[in-house]
Design a protein around this ligand. Structure first.
Ligand SMILES: Nc1ncnc2c1ncn2[C@@H]1O[C@H](COP(=O)(O)OP(=O)(O)OP(=O)(O)O)[C@@H](O)[C@H]1O
Ligand SMILES: [Mg+2]
Length: 388
């Protein structure tokens, strides 16, 4: 979605000291620029550009672009959104990374730091020298580790919560959970050249899970699920007290609805995308055929989500308090009602713009667009913390 207020938003901009988050989604690149005013995060501008047309595909479709084509798209979205900040943080797609929890015996910090990569090797299908590895010790229970810690994932940085700190109450030799975030070096260097080609400087690359978390969670005391419905895939994260407990990927996304409409009605992908967005699940439109097609894909995705919830609740004995909906796919008309009927757990739309200050007249627009911008906002929020 284009930012219809970009010229007005420009009035709120002020040059240096801005923090930029960039989410290279498979179907659209999204940018959010914030600044700190009197200790508050203030929205300066935001924008989005579909990348399909840069790779012989349509708006809404997921494509794999060369660095050169992606760089064009990035330059265009920065210009169209009137981004002035040069310092950014970038998200790495979950598909180019691995986030998992392993169990390890607690030993002293130094030994522990040496043991993590050795243990991690068992879970990583490529040589450890080819990846950037981050890790955090998660206390088993009643731990003090809260959301911002898990949000600090930085590929390549000397990472890790000191084992002694996270496991203060635990005796040496006891088992602790360790959260691993692994990114392939090739993925990072691709994004590095991309960012550089647009004249930007990136200080961190983080797996998109952590950006989404930062933007979508409030002070949750019970486990929640975050559902991120993108173009080609849907990502499911279970998060407890800010810590990622598990992540799953469903190989269906919003573009599957478009493709099914296109096939069923024998119309172009472009027309099908328009029908999807204009009609969606809105029965009042009189298009039951579109409803049926969309609900088939959605039922598949939401059943998978239900299965993940069920398995988690069964395994841990803890029930989830909410399912937070993010990603462009959840903007489908009447999606919210459909999801609510489908889940036994309460569903809520993510409202990441609520974490930043913005002119009141934009409230409704930002609430609607929010789910799509969760990753970019999460990145900009972290970048903002880095600024003096
Ligand atoms: N208003 C809308 N109604 C219905 N679908 C929409 C709407 N806006 C966007 N979409 C769909 O959402 C998808 C894009 O979502 P999103 O921007 O979250 O994906 P992405 O981040 O590019 O993909 P991924 O996370 O899989 O890499 C597209 O398939 C698009 O058709
Ligand atoms: Mg995405």
């Amino acid at each position: 979605m284009q930012n219809p207020f970009k010229d007005i938003m420009r009035l709120f901009q002020g040059g240096g000291g801005s923090a930029l988050g960039i989410d290279f989604g498979s179907s659209a690149v999204k940018v959010v620029q914030l600044r700190k005013t009197h200790g508050h995060a203030v929205l300066e501008t935001y924008g989005e550009l579909a990348v399909g047309p840069y790779g012989n595909a349509e708006i809404g479709q997921s494509v794999r672009l060369s660095v050169a084509r992606m760089s064009e798209a990035l330059t265009d979205v920065l210009r169209e959104s009137k981004v002035s900040g040069r310092d950014c943080g970038v998200a790495i797609p979950i598909s180019s990374s691995l986030v998992t929890t392993i169990e390890m015996p607690l030993v002293d910090d130094k030994q522990f730091a040496q043991m993590v990569p050795i243990e991690a090797r068992k879970y990583i299908p490529v040589p450890i020298s080819e990846v950037a590895l981050d890790w955090w010790v998660i206390p088993k229970e009643n731990g003090e580790v809260t959301y911002p810690l898990a949000g600090e994932a930085t590929a390549g940085a000397p990472a890790g919560t000191p084992a002694s700190e996270a496991g203060k109450d635990l005796k040496s030799g006891r088992l602790v959970d360790v959260l691993l975030a692994v990114i392939h070096n090739d993925a990072i260097s691709n994004y590095q050249s991309l960012v550089k080609s647009a004249g930007l400087t990136s200080t961190f690359y983080e797996v998109e899970i952590f950006s989404t978390l930062r933007a979508s969670l409030s002070q949750e005391t019970k486990p929640v699920m975050i559902l991120d419905m993108g173009a080609a895939t849907t990502k499911l994260y279970i998060v407890d007290r800010g810590i990622v407990k598990s992540s799953h990927m469903v190989n269906r996304g919003s573009q599957d609805i478009t493709m099914s409409i296109s096939r069923a009605l024998n119309i172009s992908v472009k027309e099908a995308e328009l029908l999807k967005r204009n009609v969606g699940l809105d029965m009042a439109s009189g298009r039951k055929d579109i409803y049926d097609i969309a609900s088939t894909t959605l039922s598949y995705i939401l059943s998978e989500a239900n299965r993940v919830v069920f398995n988690y609740e069964k395994r841990t004995g803890q029930s989830l308090s909410r399912i937070i909906l993010t990603g462009g796919g959840v903007l489908l008309k009447e999606f919210y009602g459909f999801a609510q009927r489908f889940f036994e757990t309460e569903a809520v739309m993510a409202d990441p713009f609520a974490k930043v200050e913005s002119p009141a007249f934009l409230d409704n627009i930002l609430k609607r667009a929010g789910p799509e911008f969760a990753v970019a906002i999460g990145l900009a929020l972290r970048k903002l913390q880095e600024l003096p």
